[in-house]
Design a protein around this ligand. Structure first.
Ligand code: URA
Ligand code: SF4
Length: 207
């Protein structure tokens, strides 16, 4: 089976999945979309109202802003893989619960194993927590680090900027760093958690 077919199979499984309580209220599972050989995978939180209706990630207001941000660096949503840490909509857009995150984790693990991107960009706290624990997004947003071999760049969630306009410029600045990072992924060394605290991490940032 090739990569594209494997991703389709995962999407099919998600559409029928009952591993957590989120399946009760979903209209459509939202597996994510994009090229099976994408260099960059963006990971959001979970589907919202419109995503649940359409079965596609980031198609509501936050998605529109996300597309605008991509445009500022000459990229289109078709160029990247876009997905979420939970594939079904949490009712009323509440935060996903630990049990749901755990139940859903395997799907994203498998997607990433197939796509093998050069980098993942986490959007918001929940996807950041997949890779980086005990960190404040306000301290480390926009700073690349390598986690178990994978280059991870934590960003604020675009929806956060819709509520807090001051974050708009922050997200724009962080997006502006991406082209150079994508071109130089191999230059970011493995991050040694135990030796460095957050302040040192800021000093170590190359970009
Ligand atoms: N917010 C997310 O985190 N994911 C989506 O797919 C849409 C909005
Ligand atoms: Fe399955 Fe994930 Fe949907 Fe839960 S959120 S039902 S684990 S696909």
């Amino acid at each position: 089976m090739n990569a594209e077919q494997s991703l389709k199979e995962i999407a099919q499984e998600i559409s029928m999945c009952k591993k957590c309580a989120l399946h009760y209220s979903r209209k459509n599972g939202v597996p994510g979309e994009g090229p099976s050989n994408a260099d960059v995978v963006f990971i959001g939180e979970g589907p919202g109202f419109h995503e649940n209706v359409q079965g596609r990630p980031f198609v509501g207001a936050a998605g529109q802003f996300f597309e605008e941000l991509l445009k500022t660096i000459g990229m289109r949503r078709e160029d990247v893989f876009i997905t979420n840490v939970v594939k079904c909509r949490p009712p009323g857009n509440r935060d996903p619960e630990e049990e749901e995150l755990q139940a859903c984790k395997g799907y994203l693990d498998r997607q990433l194993a197939i796509i093998r991107p050069k980098m993942v960009v986490t959007l918001g706290r929940y996807s950041m927590a997949r890779y980086i624990s005990n960190a404040k997004i306000s301290h480390i947003h926009g700073m690349a680090r390598r986690v178990n071999g994978l280059l991870v760049v934590p960003f604020y969630h675009p929806a956060a900027a819709l509520h807090r306009p001051s974050l708009r410029a922050v997200l724009e600045e962080d997006f502006a760093k991406l082209p150079e990072l994508i071109a130089n992924t191999e230059q970011v060394p493995e991050y040694a958690y135990e030796e460095k605290n957050e302040d040192q991490a800021e000093q170590l940032s190359m970009f």
